[in-house]
Design a protein around this ligand. Sequence first.
Ligand SMILES: [Zn+2]
Length: 220
Amino acid sequence: MEYKLIRAKRRSTTIQIEDDATITVRAPFLMPKLLIDRFVNSKKSWVLKKQQQVQKQISLIKRTYSHGDNYLYLGQNYPLKITNNVRAKLLFADSFELAELLRPKAKILFEKWYKTQANELFARRLTELSAVIQVKFSKLHLSGGIRRWGSYSPRSGTISLSWRLIMAPKEVIDYVIIHELCHIIQPNHSKHFWDVVVRYDANYKSSIKWLKNNGRSLSI
Ligand SMILES: [Zn+2]
């Protein structure tokens, strides 16, 4: 198996499957290449399984904006209809509708639509959930992060949330918002922090799992 080797000051060897389905192995400086190969080979079935999962997600996000393509919104897939209706600058009802003429601009139009929905829903949930948790934030910032779903800046009181989260189910969005709001109480990820989170989101673990498994597909 081919892999990229990174040597570092560490004791253990780890294997990571990257977003492009390539393999990165991190190993101690002095570990012989032969032993690293042997280690990687011993994990072969796990690596192949993970690679397949990533490849499946990559194929899902290679967009051509064609009639019948599916787009996620709040955890559900909606098909795209390409129409001759020139006024369809990306309409949404039970499906997305886009004028054939505007297909070259589809990516921009989708992003704009998602950001508008994200801004509206996130602002509303932030207000509602901050009242429940009894914390104060100053403003919402929309980011485009794909690994970093949210963050909180204590200095400015800003909560940043990735607009891509609007593609995730509502409970996952709520989890990320609750997570960031709880950082106002507890800045780190200590046990105390998770004790606070679980008070407001009893199912937070399933949302973390959802993001881990589906995060890569929150892309257009
Ligand atoms: Zn955090």
